[in-house]
Design a binder for this molecule. Structure first.
Ligand SMILES: [Mn+2]
Length: 234
C-alpha cells in the first residue's frame, strides 16, 4: 500500500520505489539471549521468523538496496554469542537477495563494526537519497532537517484494538509531520514483541515529542490497513 508518493508499505518494510531500496528497522537480534540472562527463558525463535518474513518480502519485490534503519542487534556495548552468529547469518541471507546493504546505527548498535567489517557493508549514522533521509530517530540529526521526507525507526509503534472483550496489539506505521517535513515512523521487524502502544502517549523519539493526533496509522499485518488519524481512534 502506498503511504506517500513513491513510498510503499510491504509487510513490515518500506519500499522506496525510485531507488529500489527496502528499509526495515529494529530487528533486535539476540534479544532472546539477553532476556534469558535476565532470567526470562525465551526460546530462540527470532532468527527463523525474521528470515521467513524477509523471504516473503523478497518474493514480492526485488530490491537492489536493503537499508537497516538501526538496532540490528539488541545488546548495548558488547556482542553476545547469539547476536554474533545470527547477525552474520541474517546479513548473508540479505546479501543473497540484494546487491547492497546499508546499516544505520541505532542506539543499540554501539559495537557493530566487528560484524560489519567481516562483510563489506556500510555503517552510517543516517542515509540520504535526494529528498529522503533515513535515520534511526533516537536523537535529532541536524542534517535530516534539510530533507523533505524523514523515515525513522526506534519507536516500535503498535496499536491496540478492541474487539468485544478481546484486545489485540498490531504493529503499525505512522505518518505525520515534523515541522514541515513528512515523517514516517516504521514498526519494528522484531518478531518477539509487537511494540509499544502509541495510544498510551509515551513516545521515545524526539521527532515524536509533539501532539500525534493528526498522525495517520497504517497497520501492517497479513495485509496493510489504513486506519486513519490517531485522534479518530480514541
Ligand atoms: Mn532504538
Amino acid at each position: 500500500m502506498k503511504i506517500y508518493e513513491g513510498l510503499e508499505i510491504i509487510d513490515l518494510g518500506l519500499y522506496i520505489k525510485d531507488y529500489k531500496a527496502l528499509v526495515i528497522s529494529d530487528l533486535q537480534i539476540g534479544l532472546e539471549e539477553s532476556l534469558t540472562k535476565e532470567g526470562f527463558f525465551i526460546p530462540k525463535l527470532q532468527f527463523e521468523l525474521i528470515k521467513k518474513r524477509l523471504s516473503s518480502i523478497f518474493n514480492k519485490i526485488k530490491p537492489d538496496k536493503l537499508i537497516i534503519n538501526g538496532d540490528l542487534k539488541h545488546e548495548f556495548g558488547f556482542i553476545n554469542k547469539q547476536e554474533w552468529k545470527e547477525t552474520i547469518q541474517i546479513i548473508d541471507f540479505i546479501a543473497e537477495n540484494c546487491k547492497e546493504i546499508i546499516i544505520i546505527k541505532g542506539n543499540h548498535d554501539v559495537i557493530l563494526e566487528p560484524i560489519t567489517n567481516k562483510r563489506n557493508i556500510s555503517l552510517v549514522d543516517y542515509y540520504k537519497m535526494e529528498h529522503i533521509c533515513i535515520l534511526h530517530g533516537h536523537r535529532i540529526v541536524l542534517d535530516s532537517l534539510n530533507s523533505k521526507i524523514l523515515i525513522i525507526g526506534h519507536e516500535h509503534p503498535a496499536i491496540s484494538l478492541k474487539e468485544g472483550a478481546k484486545i489485540e496489539k498490531y504493529k503499525c506505521f505512522l505518518k505525520g509531520y515534523y515541522d514541515d517535513k513528512i515523517l514516517i515512523v516504521m514498526p519494528s521487524f522484531n518478531m518477539l514483541s509487537e511494540g509499544s502502544d502509541i495510544m498510551k502517549g509515551e513516545t521515545l523519539s524526539p521527532y515524536l515529542a509533539q501532539n500525534l493526533f493528526d498522525f495517520e496509522v497504517y497497520i501492517a499485518e497479513d495485509k496493510v490497513y489504513k486506519f486513519g488519524k490517531i485522534k479518530n481512534l480514541k
